[in-house]
Structure formats: structure tokens, C-alpha cells
Design a protein around this ligand. Structure first.
Ligand code: ADP
Length: 344
């Protein structure tokens, strides 16, 4: 279980617009984001600079970025409660990242598990991908983020971010008069907020659902496309009449996420009793997915007709985010000795 967040804490999190958001993203991150943004001032940003580490396609980057905004709004993000914006609306984040590069040992990044995983998955080993955790740290610290909701897979990057905040404070948080004492907290050291332990959501082929494996079910997939995907989920070949083990079945792993307790138990019992085939289970799963996102799908259709309203939400979020970022950046520039002539 995730621990309780205290009041008056800034929650920050980035969402990568590098593909269509899928059920793994929904259960592993988005669902909790939506719950958090109601309770705490949250800065959720669409990390299009990050997406450039794996996507060099102007039209797709633009489309995915706006899709993420539509998806979040359709799934219940309320812009009167928290801020949703584009990372590229706060270019100062790259300035902060640059300062952080100069504080980051290369050896620390070389140990990056996420970097190694992505290269193993076939992404090109570009310097952006290598430096990804540093830009991520800037993303968090530029808003004075206290809490960062992340999946367990992101723990190491949050550690890099915490190290950077501490190193920055140590290097730049001491005036001449307090050289011996503890440094001032120029940048608050954030705490990870590990999202509720959702077991890894399996994809169509039984591996972790991931856009890199092309095995995803999109949150807003529907109709024939959704049906085709659900029917393609890999199962073993136990005949219909024989008992089956729900705990080793990819279809049941997905049913578990959608169904209420009573349905879960009933389906598990049907599996074990025999006479219930994978085809039956897939039909139930299809109905559950269709049902769960029916309202959101409708809202998304409506929102898609009003792209200007979506841009307005992003614009307002961007204004708020830049304001907040600028207060931190003024402190940072001053602390490190970077003179600018345009804001004095
Ligand atoms: P992808 O693997 O498709 O590239 P991302 O790495 O962009 O997905 O995922 C963003 C976040 O979504 C992750 O940090 C994690 O919290 C969540 N997530 C993604 N895929 C899954 C999955 N299969 N199961 C559980 N959570 C997932």
C-alpha cells in the first residue's frame, strides 16, 4: 500500500507522449494520478522533451501529446483542481537540467537500469536517453516537488533526483557565514510516493504490457479493434471442459483488474470447475473493458470536437507552471552565479 500524503505538498509527475496510453499505464499510473490530483496540488506534465529520446516524428509527437491531454481529461482530470501542461511550455527545465548535468557523475548514469532496459529493448543509445534521469530530476525540482508518484520501476531515477537536490543544496546552499553548518534547503529533497502495488499488467503475449513490445490494449480501444486484441490474448491450450488455473492465465490477470470482488471469485471458480473456456473468459473481459471506459470514451469523443478548449487547459496549466518554475529558477541562477540581464 502507498503511504498517506500529508497536506500542502506539491505532487509532480510526467507522462510520456511516445505512444497510445494503454491498460498498463492506466492501472500502473494514471488511475492513481487522477485520485491524487483531487487531494493535492499536482503538476502533471506531458513530457514531450523526454519523448524525443525515442520518437523523431513531428506529426506523431504532436498527436500523442494532445492525445495524452485528451486521455487525462476524459479519464477525469479536472483542471480546476490541479495543473496539466506540456513540458515544452516550461523551457527553463532544460536550463535547470544543464546545471544538474554539471553535478552528475557519469558513473551514476551508467548504472541506470531504465537506460539499460530501453537499450536492450532496441532503443538507440542516444545521449538524451542516457541523461533522461537528469532532465527528470529537473522536472521535479523546478516545481519544488515534494512527492513524486512513481511505479516501482522508477525508484532508481527518484534516487538520482534526491541525490541531485542534496548535492545542489550542499554545493550552493551555504553562505559564507554558515560554511560549517548544515546547508540551506534550496531545493526540497523529494520523497517517492510508490504507487499502489499493481502487479505488472500483462500484454497480449503475456509479457509486460508495453508499447515497446507492441502487445498493448489501448485505454480507448473499442469495437472491432478491441475485440480483435482481446481475442488474441495468449492462453494455454487446455480444452474447454477441463479445469483451468486462473492464477497462471493472462486473461484472468486482466479480469482481476476490472472486476469487482464477487465477479473475480465467480470467474476464478468457473475456471477451476471446468466447462468454462478461454473464449468465455475473453468475452467477459471484453464486456468489462467496454463498460469501465464507456463514460470516459464518450467524454473523449466530445472533447475531441473542442480542441481549442483542450489547448486552453494546457495553456493555463503552462502559465501556472512557468510562474512556479521561475520563482525556483531565480533562486537557482542566483545561487550558482548565472547572471541574466532580461529579468532584472
Ligand atoms: P511503456 O512500457 O509502454 O513504454 P512507460 O514506461 O511509458 O510504458 O510507463 C509509464 C508508467 O506506466 C510506468 O512507470 C508504470 O508506472 C506504468 N506502467 C507501464 N506499463 C505497465 C504495466 N505493464 N504494468 C503496470 N504498470 C505499467
Amino acid at each position: 500500500m502507498a503511504h498517506q500524503l500529508s497536506e500542502n505538498r506539491i505532487v509532480v509527475s510526467g507522462i510520456q507522449p511516445s505512444g497510445t496510453l494503454h491498460l498498463g499505464n492506466y492501472f500502473g499510473a494514471i488511475r492513481q494520478h487522477i485520485a491524487l490530483h483531487d487531494q493535492f496540488e499536482s503538476y502533471f506534465f506531458i513530457v514531450n522533451y523526454h519523448a524525443l529520446t525515442s520518437l523523431h516524428d513531428r506529426d506523431r509527437l504532436r498527436a500523442y501529446s494532445l492525445d495524452v491531454a485528451l486521455d487525462y481529461l476524459a479519464l477525469g482530470f479536472d483542471p480546476t483542481k490541479s495543473h496539466l501542461f506540456l513540458q515544452s511550455d516550461v523551457p527553463a527545465v532544460n536550463e535547470l537540467a544543464w546545471i544538474f548535468y554539471t553535478l552528475t557523475p557519469v558513473s551514476q548514469l551508467e548504472k541506470g537500469v531504465a537506460y539499460k532496459d530501453k537499450v536492450a529493448q532496441g532503443l538507440s543509445a542516444n545521449a538524451g536517453l542516457f541523461n533522461y534521469p537528469v532532465l527528470q530530476a529537473a522536472d521535479i525540482l523546478i516545481y519544488g516537488g515534494h512527492r513524486v508518484p512513481v511505479g516501482a520501476d522508477q525508484k532508481q531515477n527518484i534516487e538520482i533526483c534526491r541525490n541531485l537536490a542534496a548535492r545542489f543544496n550542499d554545493r550552493f546552499g551555504r553562505g559564507p557565514q554558515d560554511a560549517q553548518g548544515p546547508p540551506r534547503e534550496m531545493l526540497p529533497v523529494p520523497e517517492p510516493y510508490i504507487l499502489d502495488d499493481v502487479a505488472v499488467v500483462p500484454g497480449l503475449d503475456g509479457r509486460k504490457m508495453s508499447k515497446s513490445y507492441d502487445n498493448t490494449i489501448g485505454i480507448f480501444d473499442e469495437g472491432k479493434e478491441l475485440k480483435k486484441k482481446v481475442m488474441a490474448i495468449v492462453t494455454d491450450s487446455t480444452p474447454l471442459e477441463e479445469p483451468k488455473d486462473p492464477d497462471t492465465c493472462n486473461v484472468y490477470a486482466l479480469i482481476r483488474l476490472f472486476a469487482d470482488e464477487k465477479t473475480r471469485r465467480r470467474v476464478a471458480a468457473d475456471y477451476r470447475a471446468g466447462g468454462y473456456g478461454y473464449g468465455h473468459a475473453k468475452k467477459e473481459l471484453l464486456a468489462l473493458i467496454t463498460d469501465r471506459f464507456a463514460e470516459a470514451r464518450e467524454r473523449r469523443r466530445e472533447l475531441a470536437k473542442r480542441p481549442d478548449d483542450v489547448m486552453d487547459v494546457l495553456r493555463e496549466g503552462g502559465v501556472r507552471a512557468r510562474e512556479r518554475a521561475e520563482t525556483v529558477m531565480e533562486r537557482v541562477r542566483d545561487a550558482v552565479g548565472l547572471i541574466t540581464t532580461w529579468n532584472t
